[in-house]
Design a protein around this ligand. Structure first.
Ligand code: PLP
Length: 390
C-alpha cells in the first residue's frame, strides 16, 4: 500500500500538485526575464489576496517570524510604547521581539480560548501615547479568531499603527486590509497561502511606510531593513532586474502559482469554503462530545480547530493511533495546557474529503482506546452540515 500521509497540521499544509511542481523546476537566474515576471505578478497578486490595492507588498526569504521581526524593527524605535493584544503563544512572540528592540510593551492577555475585549483595549489606549499595537488574527496555539476590524478602528482613533499577524489567516479568513485600515498584515508561505515553508510576506500601508521613512534612528537589523528591500520590490514590480539578497527563486515561482490558484478560485469563494468546512467540522467534533478551546463558535478560527482530549484519554496514544491511519495532526502548543489538547489544520487546498478522513481516523482511534463514541456519528453530522450550507 502506498504510504500516503495526509498532513492536517496548522502549517505546513498539503500543497497543490502544481505548486509542488513549480518548486521542482530548474532554478533560473534571479534576474531572468521569466523570473522577474513571476516576482512582479506575485507582488501584484498579493494586493488582491490582502485586499490592499494601496499597500506595499514585500516578499523576503524567511519564515513568518521574520515577517513579524521586519514589521517591528522597521516601525518601532527604542522606547516606543507598543500595546500587545495576545490570545496565545504567537501574541507573546510579538512581546519577545519588541523587547529585544527596546520597545516598552504593555501586554493585554486574553484568558485561554478568549479574546481581549474592546473595552480593555480602549482603556489601555487612553493611558499613554502608543506608537503601535499588535494583534494576532488567528492564534494558532488556541484556534482563537480575532475580529481585527474594531481594533484597527480604535487604533485609528488613537492614532496608533496597527500590526496584524495574519500567518494563520491570510487567504483563509476574511480580510480587507485597506478598508479596515490595518497598517501591516504579515504572513508566511506555508500556511493558508499554500506554498512550502521559506517566504515571509508583508503588506504595509502608505501611512506605515511614512512612519518608517520618518524614523529618527536607523533600523538596527541589516537583513530586515525596508531600505534594502523596498527598491527590490519596486524594481520587480516595474519588471526590472535588481539585487540585494538572492531571492528564493523556486519558492517565488511556487508563490506565483499558488496566488494564481487562489485568485482563480476567487478570494471570497475561498474564504467561504474555509468557513463552511470549519463550521461543519466543529459540529462534527461537538457530535463526538469533544470540547474546543475557543469559548464560543464566534471566536473559533476557520483555518484550524483546537480540541481538548476527552477525559481519561491519553493524548499521545490518541495522536499515535491517528498517525497509524496516516493522518497527521498536531499536539498542543500553549505551554500551560500543552498536553490537554490537539489541533487540526484545515486551510489552503483543504476539502471535505480531507476532513472526512480526519473524522474517520479520530473516531476509530477513540473507539480503539475504548472511549464511547457511536460509529459514524461525526461523519453523519459533518455531511448533514455541509449539505445544509451548500
Ligand atoms: C506559524 C505562525 C507564526 C510563525 O511562523 P513561522 O513561519 O513558524 O516563523 C506566527 N504567527 C502565527 C499566528 C502562526 O500561525
Amino acid at each position: 500500500m502506498k504510504g500516503r500521509k495526509l498532513l492536517m497540521i496548522p502549517g505546513p499544509i498539503e500543497f497543490e500538485p502544481d505548486v509542488l511542481q513549480a518548486m521542482s523546476m530548474a532554478t533560473t537566474s534571479h534576474v531572468a526575464p521569466d523570473f522577474i515576471e513571476a516576482f512582479g505578478n506575485s507582488l501584484e497578486c498579493m494586493r488582491k489576496v490582502w485586499k490592499s490595492p494601496a499597500g506595499q507588498p514585500f516578499i523576503v526569504a524567511g519564515t513568518g517570524t521574520l515577517a513579524m521581526d521586519m514589521a517591528i524593527v522597521n516601525l518601532i524605535e527604542p522606547a516606543d510604547n507598543v500595546l500587545v493584544i495576545s490570545s496565545g503563544y504567537f501574541g507573546k512572540r510579538f512581546e519577545d521581539i519588541l523587547s529585544r528592540y527596546g520597545a516598552n510593551t504593555t501586554v493585554l492577555e486574553a484568558g485561554v480560548g478568549e479574546a481581549v475585549s474592546l473595552d480593555a483595549i480602549e482603556e489601555a489606549l487612553k493611558t499613554k501615547p502608543y506608537k503601535a499595537l499588535t494583534m494576532t488574527h488567528v492564534d494558532t496555539s488556541t484556534g482563537v479568531l480575532l475580529d481585527p476590524k474594531p481594533i484597527a478602528k480604535l487604533a485609528k482613533k488613537y492614532n496608533v499603527l496597527s500590526i496584524l499577524d495574519g500567518v494563520c489567516s491570510v487567504a483563509g479568513e476574511e480580510l480587507q486590509q485597506d478598508k479596515w485600515e490595518i497598517d501591516v498584515v504579515l504572513t508566511a508561505s506555508q500556511k493558508a497561502v499554500g506554498v512550502p515553508p521559506g517566504l515571509a510576506l508583508l503588506m504595509v500601508s502608505e501611512r506605515a511606510m511614512q512612519v518608517w521613512e520618518n524614523r529618527k534612528t536607523p533600523v538596527c537589523n541589516y537583513y530586515a531593513d525596508f531600505s534594502n528591500w523596498l527598491p527590490i520590490m519596486k524594481a520587480y514590480e516595474a519588471r526590472k532586474p535588481s539585487y540585494f539578497g538572492t531571492p528564493a527563486v523556486n519558492l517565488v515561482i511556487a508563490l506565483e502559482t499558488s496566488l494564481k490558484i487562489i485568485c482563480n478560485e476567487g478570494i471570497d469563494n475561498r474564504i467561504k469554503r474555509h468557513q463552511q468546512l470549519a463550521s461543519a467540522f466543529r459540529a462534527a467534533i461537538e457530535a463526538l462530545h469533544l470540547d474546543i478551546l475557543p469559548k464560543s463558535n464566534k471566536l473559533a478560527a476557520n483555518t484550524l480547530t483546537a480540541v481538548f482530549y476527552p477525559k481519561g484519554i491519553d493524548g499521545a496514544a490518541l495522536r499515535s493511533k491517528i498517525a497509524q491511519s496516516n493522518v497527521i495532526i498536531a499536539g498542543g502548543l500553549l505551554s500551560d495546557i500543552k498536553n490537554s489538547y490537539f489541533r487540526i489544520g484545515h486551510m489552503g487546498s483543504v476539502s471535505a474529503n480531507d476532513l472526512l478522513a480526519v473524522l474517520g481516523a479520530l473516531e476509530r482511534a477513540l473507539i480503539e482506546l475504548e472511549h464511547p463514541v457511536a460509529y459514524g456519528k461525526s461523519l453523519e453530522v459533518f455531511q448533514q452540515e455541509l449539505l445544509k450550507n451548500s
